[in-house]
Design a binder for this molecule. Structure first.
Ligand SMILES: [Zn+2]
Length: 125
């Protein structure tokens, strides 16, 4: 039996633009689907990983999916200092990226908030 499989999508990376590897789950994805992070400074002026959603900051960047799951994976693997070639003994806080990802509105967040509101109303004693 012969099946003629026609590829639905043309396998040409040139049309999709640059591809980067997520430092959390290590999957390759179009750069526009990933959040760029760079070494910046936190509120105390200490070196820290900060989000660069516009991709305009100078210097070496590390890319990851804009999800807390990939962020936590990257933190656990100490992927930020490695990807950013940071030479401060790995002491590089990425908390700003985590806060940024928690603030980014997503469909699941909206549904979760609606559920929480309903629960608050019903749990009055
Ligand atoms: Zn990922």
């Amino acid at each position: 039996m012969s099946r003629s499989v026609v590829p639905a999508d043309p396998a040409g990376p040139s049309t999709d633009g640059p591809v980067r590897t997520c430092i959390g789950c290590r999957a390759r994805a179009p750069r526009r689907d990933l959040l760029r992070t760079v070494v910046g400074k936190d509120d105390a002026g200490m070196p820290a990983v900060v989000p660069d959603p516009r991709g305009s900051a100078a210097g070496r960047g590390a890319h990851l999916h804009p999800t807390t799951a990939c962020y936590e994976l990257a933190v656990r693997r100490k992927a930020f200092p490695r990807a950013l070639r940071h030479a401060a003994g790995g002491a590089l806080s990425a908390g700003a990226v985590g806060e940024y990802l928690e603030r980014v509105p997503t469909d699941t967040d909206t549904a979760d908030q609606a559920g929480r509101t309903t629960r608050n109303w019903s749990s009055s004693s």
